[in-house]
Design a protein around this ligand. Sequence first.
Ligand code: SAT
Ligand code: MN
Length: 615
Amino acid sequence: MTINDIKHPKIKAWVEEVVKMCQPDDVYVCDGSQAEYDRLMKKCVDSGLATPLAKKPNSFLFRSLPSDVARVENRTFISSKTQDAAGPTNNWINPDELKATMTGLYTGCMKGRTMYVIPFCMGPVGSSISKNGIELTDSEYVVLNMHIMTRVGTKVLDVLGTDGTFVPCLHSVGKPLAEGETDGGIWPCADIENKYISHFPEERLIWSYGSGYGGNALLGKKCFALRIASVIARDEGWLAEHMLILKLTNPQGEVKYITGAFPSACGKTNLAMLIPTIPGWKVETIGDDIAWMKFGKDGRLYAINPEAGFFGVAPGTSAESNKNALISAEKNTIFTNCALTEDGDVWWEQIGYPAKGKLVDWKGNTRDALPKDTSPKGEEFAHPNARFTAPAAQCPCIAPEWENPEGVPISAILFGGRRPSTVPLVHQSRNWNHGVFLGSIVGSEITAASTIDASQVGKIRRDPFAILPFCGYNMGDYFSHWIKLGAKADQDKLPKIFYVNWFRKDDDNKNLPGGFMWPGYSDNSRVLAWIFDRCNGADNAIDTPIGFMPKEGSINTDGLADHYKKTLPAITSVDKEGWLKEVKDVRENHYPKFGSHLPKELVECLDDLEKRLNS
Ligand code: SAT
Ligand code: MN
């Protein structure tokens, strides 16, 4: 298809404007077909950017440059008209200034390349909760990933008709080619100081330049479905959240849907696809990263997964930690920055078995495999943020209703992060506002997904609602939005809110793999079961200063290894000293950032927590 096939005058005019600025050699409008996917993938293979994998049907490996392995939060901007609107947790540049700088970079930036017009839909095509976007990009890798991660093609242009609403998303790798020049098999991107991942919330516009990686470049994901959608959601009275959505069925066949907000690379994909260790329970997947939630006519909160695929972290994914993810990525999958084996398969650290012979590491160097499936820090064969892009429909535990246009009714919302101390395995908020308070104070160790600076990994930072890098407006106002929605709702129908922590550590205890006091993964089903029963009003909790916690014996420990039975009391009790420190840190370092935007209800919760801890 060409520009002239576009029947929507506004889209056509915008595409023509971008063509004038970026000066691509060609323009191609994506139809979303398999033939298109195959053709573009062949182009990547022929140019040396992609390697076909003999061991995985229709699957390919890409290697990025070391400067382009993750989102770049310090190059990500919320360019609202005022800095106050972007708030204290976002990088801000005046929109006129940023547009002038980026227009300079965009001018002629697609020379020697094709510009692809990707009509895409977040959510099932035609659903009233779904939203459409058009991404313009000069990266075949982006088109291919968008094919998997979103619904792409002519069907979206059909829904848009001549005047449908769309979010314009402009992307360039920022590497124009001179006459006759090619990439020579090297991942194209710009230098770090020229990368810009920019959002103009008032215009609902995205401009991304200089990176080809994940959330920087697949603009339907974090840029649209979270940063811009959070602004739309604020204005329209719903929620766009960094949450997985799972379906939990108990042994009696009763079903509940649960969402969970965890920072990037903290196990959302693993939790969403969990295989329970406790008999009779079942987990099925609705989504692994993003939830759009709206109140239904019946007063309940309903969630849809706006995505169509998984962009999952590969390292650590094994038959033991997440068999369903491995099966999802067995075919029709794009791998990025994984290691390549001699027999044409991918390999990564903690895949569950050592590699044999020689491996090509993510930097393209051939090295002898190690006898174990771990590697020393900094010498990994797969980058710690290596990814698989797999179609959600391939997931063996995908719930049949995952594309239900009305969404699924949510009974519980979980918050969590990597906290080696203080935060217990699970506690429940007293009410909605207290739940918002718990979400607002979530902290987590920084992971390789959020930074290309390895020295930052492991440091704890507050990541409210796990949406710190993805909130398109002032985080203080975001807290207020949650409080307002709760106040308007029927209290009995609101989801219950829980704070979980799978990552408590005791490095001195030699019995504990990795020092973790809880096995996590499949054993998290034990906590999910407790939560399920809480939602049914079971008498399985005690009231503590921090909220409701499991009554002794109420977490099913059948079959749990003895050393975890021994650590359970410590991770299911209140660490008073730790929490008092937490209160102090929130009061002195976290909440003051939000100034007058901080809702008073949250300060009341903080005061109340301190009082209860001291009484
Ligand atoms: O690179 S992404 O933003 O898509 C993945 C993540 O960080 O969660
Ligand atoms: Mn994520």
